[in-house]
Every structure is written in structure tokens, then in C-alpha cells.
Ligand binder design. Structure first.
Ligand code: 13P
Length: 254
């Protein structure tokens, strides 16, 4: 954790959730008590179809919501796309961009991810820009180089702590139950902070929230959240269970 940074635990529901599952969000809201509220921010990123209702259900609890992706475009003839302005209009505060599932399955390049992050910022959403290496890249000793290149290519110029969140999600740790060692997470997060310093200036970089994502569970959350420069978590599978998501939030609350 970074003392001066208020941590954020964000749940990425991915392509899961029907309207009955808004009950999960409501249960998270019930468990977000005064102690948690004092120390940690929460956000839930449901599928776009549930964003409006989920945002309405969470506003009283001061839990944010986010989209999982957005178009690079604001509006127009782009069938099937959802713009950042639409997500904001549905109540979102954040938008995940450049998730490895988008980079891999939808061929998103760093340039696309940067354009999406800029579109999100234009709509006054805070982009959660995801970076992370594959297993082959880690085994070849290239993890830091890959992550730095992704940052250089996908972080908008002029971003600040208020307009940017970065998530380090090693591809091989997503949905696998595998996690890097605390030392490996520390090494990458330190490198991310340093690279952001070069891109945005030291002062801005010092306040940007750096989330770790990839198989975060209640059982490993304390260890991961106590790593230097880890300012919260981006949680996939465990965010679909209110008790697990809240347990991770408590681990983040020190
Ligand atoms: P899991 O927590 O299911 O590994 O997913 C992580 C993730 O991809 C969050 O964006």
C-alpha cells in the first residue's frame, strides 16, 4: 500500500450477470460499513446491460460503478459499440480499458487502448488501464519491458492521480488461481510507478492508484495488498460473491 493513497477495490464481473444479480451488488452495499468506508473505495463493473440499474442501487452506499470497455468514438454509426458518454450517462464513474481479454480476443493494440482511455477521460470517467505480461514473456525475463512498453503506448498524456488508475494483471494469473510472488508484484509495481513518473511527472505519478489483478481471493488478499505500491485490487471471479469481495476490501483496509 501507499500511505497517502486511498485504496480502490474494483470488481470486474466480465460477461456475467443478469438482472437478478444486482442482488450481489446490493449485498456488497450492505456490507460496506463505516469502517470500510473510512479506508477503501469500492467499484463494481457489471456488464453494460446492468450498469444503469446497478449504479442506481449503489449510489446511496457511495460505491462507484464502471464499464468494462468503451468505444474510441463518442457517437455515430458504430453498431454494437458503447461510448464512454453512454456509460457515464448510465451512472458509471470508471471504465476498464485494455483488459488482456480485450487485447487478446479483440486484437486491441496499445494505440486503441490509449484512444479508449482518452475517450473515457473526455466523458469524465476514470479509465482503469490494464497492463500485464503473458507467461511466455515472464519466463523469458521480459515482464518489466512488456509492461513499460504497454504503459508508454496506452497511458494518455497529462493524466493525473484524479484521472487515471492503472491495473497490473499478469495474463497468466487471470482466472487460473496462480499469483506472482509478493516480490514479483513489488518489482513490477515499482517499475510502473517509475515509468508513470517519466510519462506524467513524478508528482502526478506518485498519486496514481496501482491495482493488482489476477486470482485475488480473500486468502491471498492481505499478502498482495501489503506489497509496496499496490493501492488496491481489480477482482474478477471473487467479485461475483459479495462475501469474498467484501473480505478482499477488508484486507485492503489494512
Ligand atoms: P480473476 O480475479 O478471476 O483472476 O480475474 C482477474 C481479472 O481479469 C480482473 O479484471
Amino acid at each position: 500500500m501507499t500511505r497517502s493513497i486511498r485504496p480502490l477495490v474494483a470488481g470486474n464481473w466480465k460477461m456475467n450477470g443478469l438482472k437478478a444479480d444486482i442482488a450481489i451488488a446490493a449485498e456488497v452495499a450492505k456490507g460496506y460499513d463505516t469502517v470500510l468506508k473510512q479506508g477503501v473505495d469500492l467499484a463494481i463493473c457489471p456488464p453494460a446491460t446492468l450498469l444503469f440499474t446497478t449504479s442506481a442501487a449503489l449510489i446511496g452506499a457511495r460505491i462507484a460503478t464502471g464499464g468494462q470497455d468503451c468505444s474510441t468514438q463518442n457517437s455515430g454509426a458504430f453498431t454494437g459499440e458503447v461510448s464512454a458518454a453512454m456509460l457515464a450517462d448510465a451512472g458509471a464513474n470508471f471504465c476498464i480499458v485494455g483488459h488482456s481479454e480485450r487485447r487478446t480476443l479483440h486484437g486491441e493494440t496499445n494505440a486503441t487502448v490509449m484512444a479508449k482511455a482518452e475517450a473515457a477521460q473526455k466523458a469524465l470517467l476514470v479509465p482503469i488501464v490494464c497492463v500485464g505480461e503473458t507467461r511466455e514473456e515472464r519466463e523469458a525475463g521480459k515482464a518489466l519491458a512488456v509492461v513499460k512498453k504497454q504503459l508508454r503506448g496506452s497511458i494518455p498524456d497529462g493524466a493525473t492521480a484524479a484521472t487515471l488508475v492503472v491495473a497490473y494483471e499478469p495474463v497468466w494469473a487471470i482466472g487460473t488461481g496462480l499469483t506472482p510472488t509478493a516480490a514479483d508484484v513489488a518489482e513490477v509495481h515499482e517499475a510502473i510507478r517509475a515509468e508513470l513518473g517519466r510519462l506524467l511527472g513524478k508528482a502526478a505519478a506518485a498519486g496514481v492508484r496501482l491495482l493488482y489483478g489476477g486470482s485475488v481471493k480473500p486468502s491471498n488478499a492481505s499478502e498482495l495488498m501489503n506489497v509496496a505500491n499496490v493501492d488496491g485490487a481489480l477482482v474478477g471471479g471473487a467479485s461475483l460473491k459479495a462475501d469474498e469481495f467484501l473480505a478482499i476490501a477488508r484486507a485492503c483496509n489494512g
